[in-house]
Design a protein around this ligand. Sequence first.
Ligand code: C8R
Length: 260
Amino acid sequence: RRDPPAELPQWKGGGTTHNLKEIILGRCFTYIRMVNPGLRKDCLKIWETFENAFISKNPCNITEQDYQPLMELAAHPILCNKTLLWSKTNELAHQYTKVQGSLLTLEDTLLGYMADKVTWCGSPSSTEMNYQSCPRWNECTNNSNTIYWKMASKIFAEAACGVVYVMLNGSISQPFRNSSIFGSVEIHHLNPEKVPLVKIWVMHNIEEQSSDSCSDSSIKDLKSIIEGRNIAFSCENDHRDVQFIQCVRNPEQKACRICG
Ligand code: C8R
């Protein structure tokens, strides 16, 4: 019989990103000095408030209240007609906004910019961050990362005004899922008094046969949710401007050829 390893990882997900403090502080300063100069935010205070939200707590028992002070400190206004929401199209949506230059995703706001691609959690028995492991999304729904994204997404959707664009993935079985953050948080927090129209773009993997996903039953569900909230709905398959981005990597695909 062998003894178990001295320290079994507690959770199934990767631990807190090393140098989290430096990353968050650095991103916050980069954001207020270079990405969005003129935005007046106290980055040191933002870091302390961020840390306070999850340090010394069970990462599976984080509540919205824990992040409320941070959300209030870091939120800022965004311009009308510039919001792009997405679900299961993370890479394409961000590649597109980067080149397109005027539409904004949550990652173009301070809250999204600071937290993109990093992981964090604490533990009740320590004032340190847990660098060993953090809960995976399926270990507990209220983990420190998921609650953060849900709250930041809610604030982003509430702040939207004018036409809102949404990029969905037509190459998966359900382009719209009401369990996604887009489906469970964002569509329910668009304000019909400020948002007259939601434009859905359903993109397909350029290497696959394209299909009419706008007539998919999940998109019909989405249409009735949006119209039920008194917001007009439109849907387009493979919006051309976005397809150009897909074509950069696949110039020989049929959909990418201009002549013949
Ligand atoms: N949004 C949510 N989650 C985000 C995110 C973001 O901007 N950015 C990152 N990196 N993440 P999905 P969804 C991480 O299932 O659930 C906003 C989080 O770990 O493809 O519908 C954004 O405004 C999160 O658990 O999409 C967008 O409109 C997964 O990626 C929706 O919410 C979610 O990826 C997307 O959330």
